[in-house]
Design a protein around this ligand. Sequence first.
Ligand code: NIG
Ligand code: FE
Length: 402
Amino acid sequence: MITLFRHCRIATCDERSQVFERGAVLTRDGVIEWVGEESGLPAGLRPDRTIELAGRWLTPGLVDCHTHLVFAGQRASEFARRTAGASYAEIARAGGGILSTVRATRAASDEELLAQSRPRLQSLLAEGVTTVEIKSGYGLEVATEARMLRVARRLGAEHPVTISATLLAAHAVPPEFTTRADDYVDLVCREWLPALRASCDSVDAYCEDIAFSAAQCDRVFAAARALGLPVRLHAEQLSNVGGSQVAARHGALSCDHLEYATEADAAALARAGTVAVMLPVAFYALAEQQRPPISAFRRQGVPLAVASDCNPGSAPGASLLLAMNMARRLFGLTSAEVLLGVTRHAARALGLDGQRGSIAPGLAADFAVWSIDSPDELGYWAGFNPCSMVVKEGAVVLERNV
Ligand code: NIG
Ligand code: FE
């Protein structure tokens, strides 16, 4: 099946960030075959289907490269406590926070988890998001971690969205191991990683003094890398405990949060080719004061991505567009940085560069179509969604009147 998308302005987000003002894209069986100015369309072409876009903007389907969208319940009461002055770390130390969602998730059936998570994925899809990373980390026992990964895969099977599943067993010390974090890390390395190796695409950990130390994350990463699994890290979110150096040493795909990262951390990430993932919704919802060192990332040439961090604690909500807006307003990213941050760089953060996240021949035909006058409007609107069509592997999967 050959489909022609025509009469559109195209931001390719390719290596050269090419833009076509009177553009067209040709897809064959779900893969991009040609993109360029419509005047240069290969002659003698007989598309099976032509989709007229009336001058709208077409970008790669967006990639949300950091979410925890599979979970049960909510933590509105913690949000209320935080708005009244309590801190995220205080609540976590008192057995709330992540552990509160662990209790709800363990108690939920697969069907309940699916039913609660589905609307979050659908809200991302309606924003043109066609690839989503989903982490486990609310099981903290092997059976529930496995179940979370299974539910993530089932969501992918049910929706026109590519899912990248991440094992985040080292998210918090489970209640069964209080005061024995090292024993828990041993168990994860020795038994869980080999057992869940085929169920996930990468391995994550939370490096923070309320979670796991740099030395513990180092052990998790060594075990993951020995099994051939790529790694990523939650690092330097609330303090600097050396996580980005560990991530860089293991050639992590991404290092995420990074508010407390230093120039030396940025340099290490740049050398390792690790993507720095900005999570401004968590920064906002936790009312953090310390901004990530964006100018150091720019100076060192660290690729920047932006993600929703969708989770019930630090980033309640399921909107990548809002994250883009906050990345611009709160962190000072430019519209060009934000667009690359949810396309090419986000795909790279998932090890999917060269497969998704750009519009170029040979890549999957995942597109978002926007009712906007300029790509500057991406990350400009706060709480408004100008996405009017979503295309997954060449097929129109969603249309919205906007
Ligand atoms: O990315 N930092 C750790 N993990 C999540 C929060 C998870 C939660 O609070 O439930 C984050 O912010
Ligand atoms: Fe997170």
